[in-house]
Design a protein around this ligand. Structure first.
Ligand code: FAD
Ligand code: UDP
Length: 372
């Protein structure tokens, strides 16, 4: 038997939080991670004095005060407010959909003028129940915004026609009748000064925790299952079970990072390309996440290309439609029946489109249950 109480598979936010809390309770923990670094998808790395978000833009936001206080133990956060801008064929529109967007789209100036315009555009769907994402978007915000800011982006992101995507994806589309470009409605928001990796580093910094990177659980699955009394698994639940009930669907991404010899390339951290022809969905300019940092003559940008997922690719997004959610439930049942000593957690283990605050919440809930 192993000298450890826990094997944690995956050094992402879920695994690291669980490891930290277990060590706090005197448990001995082994963490294995298949990538050559810790921190999972929140990994950031310093280049030219700029914290580069290696796996896409990560903005921490939450309305849960406990979660906000919890994460603030591990880093100080700046006051970054996400306010992405959309580029549609060279025309720039503020996001999320607010008075700035409506002014840019239609020249309206007051909330009443905007509302009149939106209502006029919604008429197209009057009396009809939306059957798909396209109809849902038009009934919420009208065709102009749908065509320019939603259709192309969504079809690229999900690799499917908007008329074939379920309506629920954008049921909560915010429509704001104020001149407010803050993308999130949450009470707390920011970027950790010095990046995200330090958070996971601090979580794993304990004499009771040993971390090994470059180790894939599946290379020695049977041995691990035999030797460790308890395993926390944050990889793909369908892969854990050898895809025996079928594959869950994921979306993958390709990141193209480039150093530019200019101080300020696009004037904003995030610009979305919402037309269908541009193959990427967004460009991130990392230095804008932290004000005034980095070389004044250089900048780092990353283009984000959505991609189909095939075995072996990084599974960045679960596709939480009804069919996949039902299949996930079957895997969760199998887990309960066949592997009671394995706790499945995080975005891939629980097959949920979790944000960071939700991952923390899920990990702390699992910890409470584990050590009750
Ligand atoms: P992960 O970070 O994926 O960690 C799982 C770890 O397990 C990985 O390091 C993986 O390599 C490892 N692993 C998997 N299988 C094995 C194996 N067989 N053996 C060993 N190791 C294994 N959230 C926000 O709150 N705000 C944002 O702005 C935001 N933006 C995002 C943008 C993008 C492009 C993406 C993809 C996600 C974004 N998120 C954002 C979500 C955020 O990344 C997740 O909530 C969080 O990282 C999930 O943590 P996790 O530990 O569950 O998973
Ligand atoms: N979306 C869109 N246009 C945009 C940004 C987002 O239509 O400019 C839609 C799209 O369907 C996307 C969803 O809103 O999948 C959620 O986007 P968000 O950027 O909030 O999520 P993320 O990809 O960062 O998880």
């Amino acid at each position: 038997m192993s000298k450890y109480d826990y094997l944690i598979v995956g050094a992402g936010l879920f695994g690291a939080t669980f490891a930290y809390e277990a060590a706090k309770r005197g448990k001995r923990v082994k963490v294995i991670e298949k990538r050559d670094h810790i921190a999972g998808n929140i990994y950031t790395k310093e280049v030219d004095g700029i914290q580069v978000h290696q796996y896409g833009a990560h903005i921490f936001h939450t309305s849960n005060k406990e979660i906000w206080n919890y994460i603030n133990q591990f880093a100080e956060f700046n006051r970054y407010t996400n306010s992405p801008v959309a580029n549609y064929k060279g025309q720039m529109y503020n996001l999320p959909f607010n008075m700035n967007t409506f002014h840019e789209m239609w020249g309206v100036r007051t909330p009443q003028e905007a509302l009149d315009k939106i209502n006029e555009q919604r008429q197209e769907m009057a009396g009809k129940k939306p059957q798909n994402l396209e109809e849902q978007a038009i009934s919420l915000i009208g065709r102009d915004i749908y065509e320019k800011l939603i259709k192309g982006y969504t079809e690229k992101q999900w690799g499917q026609k908007a008329t074939e995507l379920p309506a629920f994806i954008i049921r909560r589309l915010p429509v704001r009748l104020t001149y407010d470009n803050n993308y999130f409605n949450d009470s707390y928001q920011g970027i950790p000064i010095g990046g995200y990796t330090q958070i996971v580093e601090k979580m794993l910094d304990s004499d009771l925790i040993d971390v090994e990177t470059g180790v894939d659980f599946f290379d020695k699955k049977d041995e691990y299952l035999r030797e460790y009394p308890r395993i926390v698994f944050t990889g793909m639940i369908d892969q854990f079970f050898g895809y025996q009930l079928g594959e869950l669907q994921y979306r993958s991404l390709k990141f193209e990072t480039e150093e530019k010899n200019v101080g300020n390339y696009q004037g904003n951290a995030v610009i979305n390309y919402t037309d269908a022809e541009t193959p990427f969905t967004r460009i991130i300019e990392h230095k804008h996440f932290e004000f005034g940092k980095g070389d004044k003559d250089k900048t780092i940008i990353t283009r984000e290309y959505p991609a189909d997922w095939h075995r072996g690719d990084e599974p960045y997004y679960p596709v939480n439609n009804q069919q996949n959610n039902e299949l996930y439930k079957k895997y969760a049942k199998l887990a309960n029946e066949q592997t009671p000593n394995v706790l499945f957690g995080g975005r891939l283990g629980q097959y949920r489109y979790y944000n960071m605050d939700q991952v923390l919440h899920a990990a702390l809930t699992a910890v409470d249950k584990e050590f009750a």
